[in-house]
Ligand binder design. Structure first.
Ligand SMILES: Nc1ncnc2c1ncn2[C@@H]1O[C@H](COP(=O)(O)OP(=O)(O)O)[C@@H](O)[C@H]1O
Ligand SMILES: [Mg+2]
Length: 329
């Protein structure tokens, strides 16, 4: 079985002149090698494709694959993560992970919250600031938390994302609107413990493979799993197994969110407790990082005794079942 690999390589974009921040969500060369080598160990033949423009020219040349392992995040547009799977759908080439509907929706954290809330998943109240004037319409109790509407990897998130009053709200929203050229999501601040849950599988086959607590060390930026804390996670973060009560509550919430969104094959759900200790949905990551030592999903799998190769096998088994299935949405 020939597996094409689609991804956005950070170094390639840095060489093109994009900044560290613009390329923060993209993958390192070693992540691609780890995926490639592991797929080979699992008995698959692999073929590196790369970013969407390479995919376009390869498709135009007539190249085809039995399945594509897609972790391309995309560069432009509100549907940037959805572009590769949408193109593959047009050519009827199956792929690993979710399709364009889920990837476009979940890139927008506000719309995703509305859908999961409708399915009975708790998530903090929110408002969306499209332009600075919109802060007048924000009718939520302080403290608040602000973040870019459609980013990942902690981009735009630091201790100042926790907002204690209107002046600070205006300042931070202006800064984020300007820096990221996209709306700002304003949410009630959750002050409790933080977790992330790993999910593998699709629909009724989906299961939670583990929940870990994200614990900030003394030298971490305070109160948030920020960009800096994520980048320097080896020094600043403890990824910890945790008590069964928290695990059960987070696993149930994560699976409910995963199924309500019809996410596929594997990913993560980020969760934080409110002041009373109730778990709340923060966001879903249907294209979770896949670096064996640096990414949360492989880290949490490892802490639950699931080696990287076994995690990859589980994800591939879920995806391969789709190859002969006609799935229409
Ligand atoms: N409403 C909130 N209350 C408290 N902390 C939050 C809230 N939203 C986000 N955070 C903090 O910011 C981090 C990153 O937010 P998240 O939405 O998961 O963005 P990313 O896509 O960058 O991971 C979370 O892991 C958490 O520490
Ligand atoms: Mg997150």
């Amino acid at each position: 079985m020939i597996i094409g690999l689609t991804y956005d390589l950070r170094d390639e974009y840095l060489k093109m002149g994009f900044s560290e921040d613009e390329t923060a969500e993209f993958d390192r060369e070693d992540t691609i090698s780890f995926i490639e080598n592991t797929l080979a160990e699992l008995g698959y033949e692999t073929d590196r494709i790369g970013h969407i423009r390479n995919l376009v020219s390869r498709l135009a040349r007539g190249d085809r694959w039995d399945l594509v392992f897609n972790i391309a995040e995309g560069m432009y547009g509100a549907g940037r993560e959805a572009q590769v799977p949408a193109l593959l759908d047009a050519y009827r080439i199956p792929y690993v992970f979710s399709g364009p509907l889920v990837l476009a929706l979940t890139l927008n954290k506000a719309l995703t919250k509305i859908i999961v809330k409708e399915s009975g998943v708790a998530t903090p109240d929110h408002a969306v600031v499209y332009k600075l004037d919109d802060i007048r319409k924000v009718d939520l109790p302080y403290p608040l938390f602000v973040k870019p509407l459609a980013e990942g990897t902690g981009k735009g998130i630091d201790p100042e994302s926790v907002i204690s009053g209107p002046e600070q709200l205006e300042k931070k929203c202006a800064e984020l609107l300007n820096r990221y050229q996209q709306p700002v999501l304003v949410e009630t601040y959750l002050s409790g413990r933080e977790f992330t849950a790993g999910i593998v599988g699709t629909a009724e086959e989906a299961k939670c493979i583990g929940v870990i607590e994200i614990i900030l060390k003394e030298n971490a930026e305070k109160g948030v799993y920020s960009y800096v804390n994520k980048e320097e996670c080896e020094e600043r973060i403890i990824y910890s197994l945790t008590d069964q009560e928290a695990v059960d509550a987070c696993a149930a919430l994560a699976l409910k969110a995963w199924k309500s969104l019809h996410a596929e094959d594997g990913g993560r759900v980020d969760i934080r407790f409110d002041q009373e200790g109730n778990p709340c949905f923060l966001e879903i990551n249907p294209l979770a990082g896949m670096h064996p030592e640096h990414s949360d999903l492989p880290i949490l799998a490892g802490l639950h005794g699931i080696a990287y190769r076994d995690l990859m096998r589980m994800i591939m088994d879920s995806a391969v079942t789709k190859v002969h299935k006609e799935v229409y949405v």
